[in-house]
Design a binder for this molecule. Sequence first.
Ligand SMILES: Nc1ncnc2c1ncn2[C@@H]1O[C@H](COP(=O)(O)OP(=O)(O)OP(=O)(O)O)[C@@H](O)[C@H]1O
Length: 230
Amino acid sequence: MIQLANVTKVYNKNMHALNNISVTINDGEFVYVVGHSGAGKSTFIRLLYREEKSTKGDVIVNGKNVSKIRNSKVPLYRRTIGVVFQDFKLLQNRTAFENVAFALEVHGEKSSDIRRKVRDALEVVGLKGKAKQLPHQLSGGEQQRVAIARAIVNRPSILIADEPTGNLDPVTSRSIMDVLEAINQMGTTVVMATHDVHLVNEMPKRTLTFNNGTIYSDVTEGGYFVDESL
Ligand SMILES: Nc1ncnc2c1ncn2[C@@H]1O[C@H](COP(=O)(O)OP(=O)(O)OP(=O)(O)O)[C@@H](O)[C@H]1O
């Protein structure tokens, strides 16, 4: 479960990126985070995986007060949540398999366990036959699938995605949504920041609309309505 209680994030002393927001996301939910550029979406996401710390208020993820995790313990915390970015962030000189295996190798897992876990993750994202390809030999959508496989290989309870379809065409974006939906169906909580009105309306889910550092609306049935007054 994710719980934010009266969370404020101030950058550089006076830039209030988030202003006293409170929200709970339950296990197994799929939640979109939408809003205009600068509304605070990425800041919200960065607080969840402890890229940033809140200035005020508590960010509780799976019972842990994330702001209070010591820097040395952050890598251990991040193993419990997967993160996917717009620009994939793959290692260019490593194959799809090696990109997914990398985190497990760093943690010193047994190579037979690594092989099994990586194969399983690549299968979930539909890339079983592409394990030996380098990133430049893969399409953008396939590269994002590798990044998703890397994010889920440790079987995290939460998958966080910041604009995962931002660099992809509409058809490819839709196929990435199908992968995220399948991962959510397996029980993983998915939190996805996006600008894509069409995707959100095509696949309606709970939608948090951020505006000016606050949560302007929280619609359980989903739907992204562009409010001209914002
Ligand atoms: N590292 C930072 N230092 C200073 N200000 C920042 C920093 N990161 C974000 N901000 C500011 O905080 C506000 C919220 O930014 P944030 O990136 O969370 O918005 P966003 O909704 O994700 O926008 P976008 O859709 O353009 O990515 C913006 O005004 C931004 O300029």
